[in-house]
Write a protein that binds this ligand. Structure first.
Ligand code: LMR
Length: 399
């Protein structure tokens, strides 16, 4: 029965971390997976999370199942968080479910779209997070690409992107990164989000926002520009919200799927179908991480502490971008890397060729995703000089 089974290729991101773990080189650096590291190279549990966990442990009385749609307190608080501010007009026509991480939200959303509109195609930005294609194809959807990034100019290709989105057929789905575009770090400005939302309204396609890095670009308020634009346009949309990065709850798998329908009745019907989908995928979601997130979102002091910690993570990433640019310039690395300063979030498209990426891995034990995506948040006091020296050597900077 299994004699024709072939091994699957390693995951382009998580497979890299496995290879890095096994690398015996003491200088090894993992700039692959999108995990935040502090300047000392640690990925700490946030203080707000520790405090919430302590309170929860003391108060906890049961581990019985959550409802299929998840912790009601978490769902309410996340929905309020998603629509905080000007987007609150969309709240009444929205429903939110707890999901295992942002990937779980994407998969549940993909299954829902496939059920509701079996002929819909999904449009993914070129480039995008490699797992997007896998998630939507696993749900049986065919994917097309729309332009996003101008690699030569190192910036968002606004004109090409808008032209392509205006031509997406009605009823198709367009996945958009709410902020900190993964892998390019190139985000639309708020007024460009309004143009994208107008394209959705005019053409009749369904936006599916992937909000995995809220708070890492400019701040929690500013990073809601995409949600606000679609809420203001009055169109139906989906949003996958992850708390892996901004609450550093990675392995707790805390995410949410929000469906914004054309009206309240459709949202309620959608919720019943979404619950049916969840029941056959994983039955109901895990308790702990969502309870922590709900507590942080709902407690004034914990929320303030969290926002300070999130600001510190964001500011460190901005600072390290500058240090990388300066470090490469100081070593005479050929080319202008100043664009790295303006990209948003954890990732940068470094412009490193696949050949340079392969040499950095084999000769220097520096792990970078194929295509040249660098997790800037993985650069620390302890490895920045080594990384700059190694890039200089591989790119042939004058010694
Ligand atoms: C990444 O892009 O590195 C993260 O989103 C982690 C993952 O699951 O790929």
């Amino acid at each position: 029965m299994f004699n024709t089974l072939k091994p699957a290729p390693p995951d382009p991101i998580l497979g890299l971390t496995e290879a890095w773990r096994e690398d015996p080189n003491p200088q090894k650096v993992n700039l692959g997976v999108g995990v935040y590291k502090d300047d000392g190279g640690r990925t700490p549990v946030l203080e707000a999370v520790k405090a919430a966990e302590a309170a929860l442990l003391a108060a906890e009385t049961t581990k019985t199942y959550l409802p299929i749609a998840g912790d009601p307190d978490f769902r309410r608080r996340v929905q309020a968080f998603v629509f905080e501010g000007p987007a609150e007009t969309a709240g009444p026509r929205a429903v939110t479910l707890q999901t295992p991480g942002g990937t779980g939200a994407l998969r549940v959303g993909a299954e829902f779209v496939r059920f509701a509109a079996p002929d819909a195609r999904v449009w993914l930005s070129a480039p995008t997070w490699p797992n997007h294609a896998g998630v939507f194809s696993a749900a049986g959807m065919e994917a097309s690409a729309y332009p996003w990034y101008d690699a030569a100019a190192h910036r968002l290709d606004t004109a090409e992107m808008l032209a392509a989105l205006r031509a997406v057929p009605a009823g198709d789905v367009v996945v958009l990164h709410a902020c900190c575009h993964n892998p390019s770090g190139a985000d639309p400005a708020p007024e460009q989000w309004l143009e994208i939302a107008a394209a959705a309204a005019d053409a009749g396609w369904l936006p599916f926002l992937d909000a995995a890095y809220l708070g890492f670009a400019r701040g929690l308020v500013q990073d809601r520009a995409a949600t606000e634009a679609f809420a203001a346009a009055g169109v139906p949309f989906l949003q996958a919200t992850s708390f892996s990065k901004n609450l550093a709850l990675y392995g707790e798998r805390v995410g949410a799927l929000t469906f914004v329908g054309p009206d309240e009745g459709t949202a309620a019907t959608a919720l019943s179908q979404l619950q049916r989908i969840v029941r056959v995928l994983y039955s109901n979601p895990p308790i702990h991480g969502a309870a922590v997130a709900a507590r942080v979102l709902g407690d004034r002091l914990l929320r303030a502490r969290w926002e300070e910690e999130l600001t510190a993570m964001r500011e460190r990433i901005h600072a390290v971008r500058g240090e990388l640019v300066d470090g490469l310039a100081a070593r005479g690395v050929p080319g202008d890397f100043s664009f790295l300063r303006t990209q948003q979030g954890m990732f940068s498209f470094s412009g490193l060729s696949d050949e340079a990426v392969a040499r950095l891995r084999t000769e220097k034990a520096i792990y970078i995703v194929k295509g040249g995506r660098i997790n800037v948040a993985g650069l620390t006091r302890g490895n920045l000089d080594y990384v700059c020296d190694s890039i200089a050597e591989v790119l042939g900077a004058p010694g």
